[in-house]
Structure formats: C-alpha cells, structure tokens
Write a protein that binds this ligand. Structure first.
Ligand code: ATP
Length: 230
C-alpha cells in the first residue's frame, strides 16, 4: 500500500537549487535510505516532508492526511536535535507527545513506554543536559516515535555515533521497521545495506538513482570479465 507520493519536489534558495524536481513513492512498512554526499539535498527533502520547510514547487501527498494533521502522523529526528537541558528525559518526551497530539491522560505512560523501548529506562528522571551523545540520539528517537507515527523521518540518525551507539540505534530502527514506515538519510552506503528496501540517491539536488539495493547494485555492476582457455 502506498503511504507517500512525492512529485517534482523542488526547493530553491535564492540562486541555489537545493532539490530539483524530486519524485518518488514510499510503500507502507518499508524502509528507505536517502543517500547522497554533503549538500545533496537530503535535509531539505526530509524537512519539506516534515512540514518544516515550504517547497518552492511540487507536491507531497500523504494518504488522505490534510496538512493540518501532519504533525500527528509524522515523526522527525533532525540531524542536530535540540533538547531543553533543564528538562528530564521523561518531561521532554511527554512534552513531545503532547505536541504531537497525544492526550494529557496518555502522554505520561506513552513517554515512559517509549523511553524504556529506546533503552533509557534508568535515565528517565535525569536532566537531558547531562546526557551523552548516544543517549541524546536515543532520546531524539524517543521524541520522534512517542506518538506512534505512520512515517518516521530520520536525518542521519547514526552519523555522529561511535560503533556501540550506532549498533544500538540501528537495532532499534530494525525493530521499528515492523511498526512504521521509515525514511532515513545517510552518506554511508553500509548503513543502507543493513536496513533498506529502497534506495534514493541524491546528487546536487537531483534524484539520480531510485530502486531496491539490488537493482541499484546491478546498474553499477562492472561488466563480468570472462577468461576463456583454448
Ligand atoms: P549534509 O549531508 O551536509 O547535511 P544535505 O544532503 O542534507 O547535506 P542540504 O542540507 O539539504 O544537504 O542542503 C542542500 C543545499 O541547499 C546545500 O547546498 C545547502 O547549502 C543549501 N541550503 C540548505 N538550506 C539552506 C538555507 N536555509 N538557505 C540557503 N541554502 C540552503
């Protein structure tokens, strides 16, 4: 089932074209990697899908959802998430739940459950300002999923992490893949190999490759060299 359809999505900043007529679809319950070098337009694409940046032109069709409801069906982890250092992890996640439309009655329990899921059970009452980079990234993930979004957008979720932190977040994402649709950006092909049904390859704002990992690999495959002996 198709969850999202993006057509000719373009963002122009002054003279600079950040994304140039990008079109793709996401099927429900799949995981898609948005790959590309620095400046390719990954953050711009995710920010437009999250409703944080207004496209210059093009359309984003998200099922039957109106623009008004988008916050409740999308979860977004920015590349550099901001936390309020004086709030505890629980207070922060509860606030995120409320902002995403979870009722006051449910937000406390949902925040607790989500923090447990991301492995921050022992730190729920600690101030976020005391968190390590890895803990912050898991807290960022918690705020993005606390309202059980249909689409989870993650901007370079593991790029800044050490190997242990990276493993923890990748394992969480694999679990989340069962429940939601994931679109995440990375500039590392290895990340995509681990968890990807579909690959979108951006370069200088243009979508230059689009397909399954195997399809993309095939297109890039070297011609086989056959050595024949007489
Ligand atoms: P990175 O991997 O470095 O995060 P990216 O693929 O996410 O890169 P974007 O951040 O989307 O790329 O940027 C795409 C292009 O648009 C870049 O050339 C960037 O300088 C430009 N750009 C992004 N945001 C703005 C802005 N607010 N104003 C002007 N130019 C911008």
């Amino acid at each position: 089932m198709r969850l999202l359809q993006v057509k000719q999505l373009t963002k122009v900043y002054g003279e600079h074209i950040a994304t140039d007529h990008v079109s793709f679809e996401l099927q429900a319950h799949t995981s898609t990697a948005l790959i590309g070098p620095n400046g390719a337009g990954k953050t711009t694409t995710l920010s437009m899908l999250a409703g944080l940046v207004t496209p210059t032109s093009g359309t984003i069709q998200f099922g039957e959802t109106s623009k008004h409801d988008i916050r409740s069906v999308i979860g977004f982890l920015p590349q550099y998430p901001k936390f309020f250092p004086w709030l505890s992890a629980l207070e922060f996640t509860e606030m995120a739940a409320r902002l995403s439309g979870v009722s006051a009655k449910k937000s406390f329990i949902e925040a607790q459950k989500t923090l447990e899921f991301v492995g921050l059970n022992d730190a729920i009452h600690k101030k976020t300002g005391t968190f390590s980079g890895g803990m912050k990234q898991r807290l960022g993930l918690a705020q993005a999923i606390v309202h059980q979004p249909k689409l989870l957008l993650l901007d370079e979720p593991v790029s800044a992490l050490d190997p242990v932190g990276r493993r923890q977040v990748m394992d969480l994402l694999k679990e989340l893949q069962q429940q939601t649709t994931i679109l995440y950006s990375t500039h590392i092909l290895n990340d995509a190999e681990e968890m990807t049904d579909q690959l979108l390859f951006l370069r200088q704002g243009k979508l230059v490759e689009y397909g399954s990992l195997d399809e993309v690999r095939l297109r890039y495959a070297e011609p086989k060299i056959v050595i024949e002996f007489e």
